[in-house]
Design a protein around this ligand. Structure first.
Ligand code: ZN
Length: 130
């Protein structure tokens, strides 16, 4: 296993663009969700399933409006985390694990743009919660 190294300026710029694109996407999605919440709950909430945060596994009891509210909540949280990542890029702490202070692998950052922990710390945290 190669030791992850800190991101250079070029890589940071690439991540910055990725995050900004993602934020734009989320803004659009939030706007659409907001409209759907205002509209009749049964009206075309279907296209939300195309988005990367799936609600399909959340149980079948929730009605459409609840699903939309839940989706909005999750999306907003994700939005704030991404904004945090942008701030980290500015302050030079992006890609550094908040747990152990070591660089997070680039593969993980690409998969999870807002990752604040390396895989090892993330797993340890999950274990400690259960
Ligand atoms: Zn760590």
């Amino acid at each position: 296993m190669p030791t992850p190294s800190k991101l250079n300026k070029k890589e940071l710029t690439k991540f910055k663009v990725l995050i900004e694109n993602e934020l734009d996407e989320i803004r659009k999605n939030l706007r659409k969700t907001e409209e759907n919440i205002k509209k009749s709950p049964r009206d075309d909430a279907g296209d939300l399933s195309a988005y990367s945060i799936h609600l399909a596994d959340q149980g079948t009891d929730t009605n459409e409006t609840e699903k939309l509210l839940l989706f909005r909540e999750k999306t907003e949280k994700y939005f704030y985390k991404l904004e945090e990542s942008l701030n980290k890029i500015k302050s030079g702490t992006f890609g550094i694990c908040a747990g152990c202070g070591k660089p997070i692998s680039k593969e993980r950052l690409k998969a999870v743009l807002c990752a604040s922990y390396c895989l090892k710390c993330k797993q340890e945290r999950q274990n400690s919660l259960e």
